[in-house]
Design a protein around this ligand. Structure first.
Ligand SMILES: [Mn+2]
Length: 284
């Protein structure tokens, strides 16, 4: 948490998600497949150009467990090219457990800088040389009521405490999605500095209290180009004074968006007369 008396090491990361590699792995291949894969190459280009020190991918890196072998090889090749640590917190499309794509291929051998979270109950990955710890829970296909941020463990000892998770942020205008709920109060309770979110294809910051910055990077695929935020990744600066500052970098040639220019969503308050809360939260 922010402590103005203690300077923290300045760090920079890249956050992307919902890459869905292999989404077009059928038939004889297609231009869409080539473009999707090339776009992840552009994400890696931005990571290298912006000199990030690590990369966080909160889920749906792959589209499904049956993607072609050369998609796996391409993914590993690109991750290895980043050189800095890459942490994946699997989502619903690239879950861990039975029939996990991460058991089909020895990624860590092909890309020794890759760390995949494999524990649905949650685990912390320490990037010790960077003074960063990242906590998250990976999806399985087995828990329809999975809520990635309920009952988070306390902050660890490293100066920078991050979280990563995959699900729907519940806000007043949200449709009542049936699964993978993330609420503002869950994020507040994490007491983390930055929470990297995945599952949505649109980039947006979300309300997470005064002490935590949380955002969806959106998919790097050019979805929602017209909205000004499609086809982008988040560069996250962790400043010495504890501030977390986002920049949305285009995978093309559009200028970056500053922190305040990234859309911001406020969560749904918990109220006793709120039908939604009664229905979905009574079992917590
Ligand atoms: Mn998803």
């Amino acid at each position: 948490m922010y402590d103005s008396n203690n300077k923290r090491p300045k760090r920079r990361l890249l956050h992307t998600s919902d890459v869905h590699l292999g989404a077009y792995d059928y038939g004889d291949g297609s231009e869409a497949r080539d473009e999707l894969h090339a776009n992840f190459g552009r994400v890696v280009d931005v990571a290298i150009r912006e000199k990030v020190e690590f990369v966080v991918i909160p889920g749906d890196f792959f589209d499904n467990a049956r993607v072609w072998d050369d998609t796996l090889e391409y993914a590993a090749e690109q991750i290895a090219r980043v050189e800095v640590p890459v942490v994946i917190t699997p989502g619903n499309h690239d879950h861990v457990g039975p029939n996990s794509i991460y058991d089909r291929f020895d990624f860590e051998k092909q890309a020794p800088n890759l760390r995949v979270m494999r524990v649905p109950e949650g685990e912390t990955i320490a990037l010790e040389e960077l003074d960063v710890e990242i906590w998250g829970r990976s999806h399985t296909e087995l828990l329809p009521d999975f809520q990635p941020f309920v009952s988070p463990p306390p902050r660890g000892d490293a100066p920078w405490q991050l979280g990563a998770g995959h699900g729907h942020y519940i806000h007043p205008k949200a449709l009542l999605h049936n699964s993978f709920h993330i609420r503002e109060d869950h994020l507040i309770e994490t007491e983390r500095d930055y929470i990297a979110l995945g599952h949505w294809e649109q980039m947006t910051r979300v309300a997470a209290g005064e002490l935590t910055v949380a955002a969806y990077s959106g998919a790097p695929e050019g979805l929602g180009e017209g909205s000004q935020v499609g086809g982008r990744v988040l560069i996250v600066d962790l400043h010495e004074d504890g501030r977390v500052e986002l920049q949305a970098h285009s995978l093309g040639d559009r200028p970056p968006l500053a922190h305040e220019d990234i859309p911001y969503l406020v969560g749904l308050p918990i109220e006793p007369d709120n039908q939604y809360d009664r229905r979905h939260l009574s079992g917590l």
